[in-house]
Design a protein around this ligand. Structure first.
Ligand code: DCP
Ligand code: MG
Ligand code: MN
Length: 341
């Protein structure tokens, strides 16, 4: 797996990516039809540049790239020439954008919620204090998000991610009698020095997984390691937990755990390691090759006049590498360095 290795991408490309991603995030935050349109256009450029093999020195280097519109091209030109673009600079000092970003920093609040609050006249975190109108607008999760606002918005050093991993793993090993493997994914597995949360996959043979996640969570709660629950999903095909944990003397941290049968591990690893961008391009690529890639499996599909049909067949993949090798065989003429492992 190619990590998001900072050394590999040329500095100039990384700069362009960084600013374009900031624009994508801000368009998303602002919402509305126009911004949605701009967001999608800019996102296409991000995907294209992500896998661009050489340093972007001039506009003509990217002019022919598939999917980059003229508006985005002119921004890229601005970045090449000036190191920034006026749109991004304007967003950075826009109080409306600033407020929406603060609101979006409350766990459980996305762009839609942030805009709704803004429209209600709310302007800062103080407007959400207990007993206020703002407080009454918060969901149960958002109240937890607000309580730990500063803590959740601080990154977790790798070392602490490993300490958290160890607590979870020791519980899993004991309760699972050694049948379960636990793997920390997300930005940690991509090699980041500091992570937004801890994302773990627990895996064992299908016969053992039913109900197991609930046991682990209960145990971790009794140990006062898990302090709050945000989301628990326990369906037949999916077990997912999102909550809050805390090591003694450390900050409250976000913890996500999913549990998957071993036969789905490869696709789950791809999904849960991300990044979200990577997943989007992988899935799109799969789709273009008449495959459907999900967090559970990869399967051949047929597309006719925008109608997608699935035969029910799944491709057996044992490793992440299998998943893309199989795809790549059908795509030998396209070179996409981002898909190379
Ligand atoms: N994911 C995804 N699409 C999303 C959100 C998440 O495909 N909209 C996948 C890819 C992510 C993984 O789940 O890498 C974990 O999600 P996180 O939100 O924890 O993101 P990261 O771990 O990548 O970054 P961070 O350091 O912010 O936690
Ligand atoms: Mg994460
Ligand atoms: Mn996560």
């Amino acid at each position: 797996r190619t990590l998001e290795s900072k050394t590999k991408m040329p500095e100039a490309n990384r700069k362009i990516m960084e600013i374009l991603k900031y624009l994508v995030g801000t368009y998303d935050l602002l919402g509305g039809r126009e911004n949605e349109f701009r967001k999608l256009g800019t996102q296409k450029a991000v995907s294209a540049i992500q896998s661009f093999p050489t340093e972007i020195k001039e506009l003509k280097d990217v002019r022919g790239l598939h999917g980059i519109g003229s508006e985005t091209l002119s921004k890229i030109e601005e970045i090449i020439n000036t190191g920034t673009c006026r749109k991004a600079e304007a967003f950075k000092v826009d109080p409306h954008v600033h407020t929406l970003r603060v609101f979006e920093g409350i766990w459980g609040a996305g762009p839609t919620t942030a805009n709704k609050w803004y429209a209600c006249g709310l302007r800062s975190l103080d407007d959400f204090q207990e007993g206020t109108k703002g407080y009454s607008l918060l969901s149960k999760q958002q109240k937890i998000g607000l309580r730990y606002y500063d803590e959740f918005n601080k990154k977790i050093p790798r070392q602490e991610v490993e300490e958290i991993e160890n607590v979870v793993r020791s519980s899993v090993d004991l309760l699972g009698e050694g049948r379960f493997q636990s793997i920390t994914c997300g930005s940690y597995r991509r090699g980041r020095k500091a992570c937004g949360d801890v994302d773990m996959i627990l895996t064992a043979n299908r016969e053992y997984i039913q109900g197991f996640l609930a046991l682990v969570i209960k145990d971790l709660r009794e140990k006062d390691f898990i302090t709050d629950d945000l989301v628990t999903i326990t369906m037949e095909g999916e077990q997912k937990y999102m909550g809050v944990c805390q090591l003694p003397g450390k900050l409250h941290r976000r913890l996500d755990i999913i549990i998957v049968p071993t036969d789905e591990l490869a696709c789950s690893l791809i999904y849960f390691t991300g990044s979200a961008y990577f997943n989007r391009s992988m899935r799109k690529k799969a789709r273009n090759m008449n495959y459907s890639l999900s967090q559970h499996f990869i399967a051949p599909i047929q597309t006719q006049k925008n109608k997608v049909t699935w035969t029910g067949e799944r491709i057996k993949v044992n490793t992440e590498k299998d998943t893309t090798r199989r795809q790549r065989r059908h795509l030998s003429k396209v070179s996409d360095s981002y898909l190379k492992f």
